[in-house]
Write a protein that binds this ligand. Structure first.
Ligand SMILES: [Zn+2]
Length: 131
């Protein structure tokens, strides 16, 4: 791979915008002639973008879903353990108000929240999906 402007062998290639067209150039030419297009500046960042799946559920296997009465399960288990909402919130580093909402099923906890609650309360909040 050579710089498309000066022809020098490229050790560090930079995708730059030169006279309106995207070219692979050396850092010197990028600095002298164009503006760097940072999102294409390294192969590594492209790879990271490809493997990133924002819709993937974190930590919870497929085919599992939150139990319908997750709120009362959390409340019952918390009471069994003699924890106040505040104490449980501190234990899992969450806001008390969020825990209240989860117990009252006003919000659906995120996957990471479910995992934290399960760990803190030693309880299962997930069940297998039924077809
Ligand atoms: Zn060059």
């Amino acid at each position: 791979m050579r710089c498309e402007v000066c022809g020098k062998a490229l050790f560090e290639k930079i995708s730059a915008n030169i006279d309106g067209s995207r070219m692979l150039v050396c850092p010197e030419c990028a600095g002298a002639h164009g503006s760097e297009i940072t999102e294409f500046s390294s192969a590594q960042s492209v790879q990271q973008k490809q493997s990133f799946k924002p819709s993937a559920r974190i930590g919870i296997s497929e085919g599992l879903d939150l139990k319908q009465d997750f709120g009362s399960i959390v409340r019952k288990k918390r009471q069994q353990l003699n924890l106040t909402v505040e104490e449980l919130a501190k234990k899992i580093f969450e806001k008390e108000s969020i825990l209240h909402k989860i117990e009252n099923q006003k919000i659906v906890p995120s996957d990471s929240m479910v995992l934290k609650l399960e760990k803190a309360l030693q309880v299962s909040l997930l069940e297998k999906l039924q077809d």
